[in-house]
Design a protein around this ligand. Structure first.
Ligand SMILES: [Zn+2]
Length: 105
């Protein structure tokens, strides 16, 4: 027998919500991005968490990726933490885009 298709995410088509970044009514999905700022002996973490639309997810992913690369790895702990953030951000990004497959931008 044929395999059962997985049920698409609830908000993929049924539930347009408000994007928490651009405030427009669109199909959204929860996403979390982390960013590290290394300052030799200190570090600062920024977290972006919310229901975002496809456009904002893409925009913030690349913004976080760029800042992680430029400002991230400057410190002992930061050197290890930043690549982990970049991997988890990418996982989160891919999952979010899959949830929003077919969503109108
Ligand atoms: Zn948005």
């Amino acid at each position: 027998m044929s395999a059962i298709n997985p049920v698409p995410a609830m908000n993929a088509f049924n539930n347009p919500g408000q994007c928490q970044a651009c405030k427009s009514m669109r199909q959204t999905t929860p996403v979390t991005f982390h960013r590290n700022i290394g300052m030799l002996f200190a570090r600062q973490t920024k977290i972006l968490q919310g229901n975002l639309c496809k456009t904002c997810i893409r925009k913030h992913y690349w913004e976080f990726m760029g800042k992680n690369l430029m400002l991230g790895p400057w410190g002992t702990i930061s050197l290890f933490v930043t690549p982990i953030y970049m991997v988890t951000n990418t996982v989160s990004y891919v999952r979010a885009l899959r949830n929003l497959q077919g969503a109108i931008e």
